[in-house]
Structure formats: C-alpha cells, structure tokens
Design a protein around this ligand. Structure first.
Ligand code: NAD
Length: 321
C-alpha cells in the first residue's frame, strides 16, 4: 500500500498520542510507548496534579535511559486537540459492594463526556477504549463520537490472548513464541478462548493436550483477571494491559498490519449485528484495516452470538441513551 507522506502516522516519532486517565494502566502504557519511541505523548487526568506528577517521573525515566523525553502531563482535556491516537483508560474500577450496573453507570458517564470532547477536539483520531466494561464502553464511544467504525475499538482480547498463551506455554513447557493463542468474544464473562484455533508448535492445542487439560487452561485464562484482583486486594492488572495497549498503538503508528483481537463494531459477520465485540482484526495506520472472519463451528458461533446478545442487553442500561 502506498504510504502518504503528509500523514503524521507515517513517522512514529511525530504521531501525537493522548492517554486519558493517568492511573495504573494509562501511566504504564505511557512508559512503554516512551521506551519504544512511539510518538509524542499527552497524559491527561481529571485528578489535580496526577498526570503532571506522572509526566515528571516519566521524564526522569527518559533521563535514566538517555532517551528523548516526549511526554507532557496535564489536567486540561483540551490538550488532546489534534491527536492521531487517543487511548481512554479513564474510569473507576469495581469496588467491593459495587454492582456491575453501578460501574456501568459511573464509567458510561465518563466515557460519554470524554468521547464528546474527542469528537470536538480530535475529529481525525483513532480511539482505543480500555475502560471496563470494555465492549459496552467501546460501543458508547463509537456512538458518541460517530467516527468511522474502523477508528474506534477496544483493547481487551489482546490481553486475553496473551493470558491464554501464557497459561499454555507454562503448562506445556513451551516458549511463548511457540504458541499462537486465539480468543474471541467479549472481554469478561463471555470471553471465548478457542483451543481448536490455537496453534502450539504448528499443531492445534486440542491435539497437544487432552480435553481435561484444555478445559483447565481455558478456565484459568477466563479467571486470570479475578485471580490478579484477589491477590492485589485493591486495583487490577496493569503491566500486561499496558503492554497490550502499547502493542496496539505500535501497530497503528508503524502501520504494521498486525493481526490482533480487538473489540470492534460487528455488523453482518458471524450472524451478529451492530454490537462491539472481540474479533480478530488487522491493525494499521487507519485503525482497523480489515476484520478477519475465522471459520467457527456451530457451537462456537452460537456461543459468540449469545455473548453478543448479552452485550446488547447492556446497551439498554446505558444512562446516556
Ligand atoms: P486507575 O484507577 O489506576 O486509573 C483510572 C484513572 O482515570 C484515575 O487516575 C482517574 O482519576 C482517571 N479519571 C477518571 N475520570 C476521568 C476523566 N473524566 N478524565 C480523565 N481522567 C479520569 O485504574 P486503572 O487500573 O488504570 O484502570 C483503568 C480502567 O481500565 C478501569 O476501567 C479498568 O477496569 C480498565 N482496565 C481494562 C483492561 C482491559 O483489558 N480492557 C485491563 C485493565 C484495566
């Protein structure tokens, strides 16, 4: 494909990347991107001084490594203006006693407010949503910005696939690179690790391990997020989520056309209509360059459709529609 010289994304160093939410996930993603030399980063947080403080620390991190500092921290959302890529990690995590509906209520108001700002200030941006509940927040950001469906997607499956890969490689004593793990579906209870489409040393996982072992690996993958939360006591995972974000951003700014699972607006594929759900996509400088339709068997297709239906039910709970 021809590379357009006037597109700032052609040069990774000049891409403007804004990360909204300078908490654990957002600031760690900023560090990863800085270390990898991916663009100029604007870190924004509503909490007074947080983004500025994290940016100072990141500047010092650049000093340690002897690399150019390309990060600024701010409490002013207007600074996201003209961004090429925007990552939304702003929101609250579920706390003890908080229902899923409470979480949906709080985070959807935040995502609605931020998406309206993005529409106004950065109409050309590619938006990566990270805030949970991921697939519903992605749908909300897409509908609020009214951007092209290729330019708004969610990060969830990249992490889930990494978790599946990690569990398999540990169990089968393989290098991570020898495992190509496939996960589709929603980021959460509807997650669908697919052993049939997961390749270990060139062979499908369900031929490399017996059915009980495979079921155990799938279960461990689905419960991995909760396992981490239980260990931590407060907060949730951020090292792997932040790396998954930086891999997605890297695929965009380097136009790598990497095959990655993201929460994308699906309409027509897999018998699903008008739902944001995790599916494999080719990611490049235009965002989702292509959605890839895997051949699912009937059981897998039905499970995916059910997962899509439960997401659609949650749209009705969104307070902003
Ligand atoms: P965190 O609490 O450390 O950070 C969230 C930050 O968002 C806070 O600093 C808060 O001040 C900020 N914020 C809230 N409202 C804002 C607004 N209107 N504008 C700007 N900033 C705002 O949480 P975290 O651990 O970084 O997680 C962030 C989100 O990412 C959560 O919703 C979490 O559930 C989600 N998450 C998703 C995945 C995934 O795979 N999709 C993985 C991990 C975490």
């Amino acid at each position: 494909m021809a590379i357009l010289n006037d597109n700032p994304l052609d040069n990774p160093i000049t891409a403007k990347i804004s990360i909204i939410g300078a908490g654990n996930v957002g600031s760690m993603a900023a560090l990863n991107l800085l270390v990898q030399g991916m663009g100029h980063i604007t870190l924004v947080d509503v909490l007074q001084g947080l983004a500025q403080g994290k940016a100072c620390d990141l500047e010092d991190a650049c000093g340690v490594l002897g690399i150019e500092n390309r990060v600024q921290g701010t409490g002013d959302i207007n600074k996201i203006g003209s961004s090429d890529v925007i990552v939304i990690t702003a929101g609250v995590a579920r706390k003890p006693g908080m229902s899923r509906e409470d979480l949906l209520n709080i985070n959807s108001r935040i995502i609605f407010e931020l998406s309206s700002k993005i529409k106004e200030l950065a109409p050309g941006a590619i938006v990566i949503v990270v805030t949970n509940p991921l697939d519903v927040m992605t749908y909300l950001a897409l509908k609020t910005t009214a951007f092209n469906t290729r330019r708004v997607f969610g990060m969830g499956l990249t992490l889930d696939a990494a978790r599946f890969r990690g569990q398999i490689s540990k169990e089968l004593h393989l290098h991570n690179k020898e495992v190509e793990a496939t996960v589709i579906g929603s980021h959460g209870e509807g997650m669908m690790p697919l052993p049939r489409l997961t390749v270990t040393r060139g062979a499908p996982l369900d031929r490399m391990a017996d059915a009980n072992k495979v079921a155990e690996l799938v279960k461990r993958t689905k419960e991995r997020g909760a396992e981490i939360v239980n260990h931590l006591g407060s907060g949730s995972a951020y090292f792997a989520p932040a790396l998954a974000i930086s891999e997605l951003v890297k695929a965009i700014v380097t136009d790598s056309k990497a095959l990655m699972g993201v929460s994308a607006y699906v309409s027509g594929m897999y018998g699903i209509n008008e739902v944001c759900i995790g599916v494999p996509c080719i990611i490049g400088k235009r965002g989702i360059e292509k959605m890839v339709e895997f051949e699912l068997n009937e059981a897998e297709k039905t499970a995916l459709q059910q997962s899509a239906e439960s997401l659609r039910k949650m749209y009705k709970l969104l307070p902003v529609f």
